[in-house]
Design a protein around this ligand. Structure first.
Ligand SMILES: *Cc1c(COP(=O)(O)O)cnc(C)c1O
Length: 395
């Protein structure tokens, strides 16, 4: 059996999005900036996509900026708010220690330029509170950037409350919502969001395309200079097939949000229930405040990489931590932020499922994971020491 359980890394493109892309390549190949009919037909497609996406977020079309993906949107949001703050003498930013690297590395760059960053500690349940955000605010705070849902463990932050304290203090609020969009209901107005990043390939759209939502009145600075596309804020001829494919994919998941959420969270609960039965295992992140499809477990005495390879041999595609770091042997920065010890942070397994998965696939996973964990523990000298009591269990 082949089971794809790595949807937090990327998703396969939906048939509807793929068909839409082919249609755009065949029939809407014009440059939307051209004045002739072929160009204007492409411009209409672009506008349609913008309208669809704005509706899904409860935003205005003028607040949607197309980008090359989540990373670019994150970079532009953070750097824009930093630049705006700097012009007013504000050089302090609040974030968390477990953001995606698109945020963390951008913040590191700003630190080198003299910005001061407060990285809020994440509780063991993978959450921060609005009160903690409020307590970290200063006169010179230029931005609060906190992810909607974490890509490694799937916890959902209290975004609406955090947005409310930012509004109250007049501090711009950005959220990296790449893992949330298309999986849970996000409403930029109700959630008090000023900037938001999303990426199409995390909800069955194409790769290499995303959106930066910037609320009216929020100033954007350009990462890319050139033509006047995206109201002068992001130059480059628009990728109509990708943008339109993204809009079709987003509308599809937004139209079926409730039923997908119900189906996927029921499957996720089977995973949690069954994998929790493995001795010396722990679910990372809050049990309730989480995405419908993402679970992350630590199994004591297990190397994440070995577990992944053996799962792969059984046809199960999963991940340990984030795809961006799983090539390295560093323990996950997210699990370290939760306070998991180094030796445990190495041994994590992320399973990210969605509405493309079936119960049969989930049962296959819950059969194979315990078998492999058992096998690995049996051949592990560390496990032998733990069993003999020569070493203390940490989980
Ligand atoms: C995938 C991801 C990104 C990066 O998006 P790309 O479109 O791949 O650049 C950023 N943030 C989070 C939380 C993600 O999961």
């Amino acid at each position: 059996m082949q089971v794809y359980a790595d949807n937090a890394a990327t998703t396969r493109i939906s048939d509807a999005a793929k068909q839409e892309m082919i249609l755009c390549m065949d029939e809407f190949y014009g440059n939307p900036s051209s004045l002739h009919t072929i160009g204007q037909k492409a411009a209409e497609k672009l506008f349609e996509a913008r309208k669809t996406i704005a509706q899904c977020l409860n935003a205005d079309v003028k607040e949607i900026y197309f980008t090359s993906g989540g990373s670019e949107a994150d970079n532009q949001a953070v750097l824009s708010a930093a630049e705006t703050g700097k012009l007013k003498g504000k050089k302090h930013i609040i974030s968390t220690a477990f953001e995606h690297h698109a945020i963390l590395h951008t913040l590191k760059k700003l630190e080198r330029e003299g910005f001061e960053i407060t990285y809020l500690d994440v509780h063991e349940n993978g959450l921060v509170t609005a009160e903690e955000v409020k307590a970290a605010m200063r006169e010179d705070t230029a931005l609060v950037t906190i992810m909607y849902a974490n890509n490694e463990i799937g916890t959902i932050q209290p975004i609406r409350e955090i947005g409310a304290v930012c509004r109250e203090k007049g501090i711009p609020f950005h959220t990296d919502a790449v893992q949330a969009i298309g999986h849970v209901k996000v409403d930029v107005q109700a959630d008090n969001i000023d900037f938001l990043s999303l990426s199409a390939h995390k909800f069955h759209g194409p790769k290499g395309v995303g959106v930066l939502y910037a609320r009216k009145g929020m100033r954007l600075f350009n990462l890319i200079e050139g033509g006047a596309q995206e109201r002068g804020r992001r130059a480059g001829t628009e990728n109509i097939p990708a943008i339109s494919g993204m809009a079709v994919a987003l509308k599809d998941v937004c139209d079926h949000m409730e039923e997908n959420e119900k189906k996927v969270s029921a499957l996720r609960d089977i995973l949690i229930e069954e994998l929790s039965k493995i001795p010396h295992s722990v679910l990372n992140g809050d049990r309730e405040q989480r995405l419908p499809g993402t679970v992350n477990f630590c199994f004591e005495g297990i190397e994440g990489e070995s577990l992944l390879l053996l799962l792969d041999a059984k046809g199960i595609a999963a991940s340990s931590g984030s795809a961006c770091t799983s090539g390295s042997l560093d323990p996950s920065h997210v699990l370290l932020a939760l306070g998991r010890p180094h030796e445990v942070a190495h041994g994590s397994l992320r399973l990210s499922i969605d509405h493309y998965n079936t119960e049969e696939e989930i049962r296959y996973i819950t059969e194979k994971v315990p078998e492999i964990v058992d096998y690995l523990r049996n051949i592990s000298p560390v496990w032998e020491e733990l069993e003999k009591g020569e070493r203390a269990h940490v989980i």
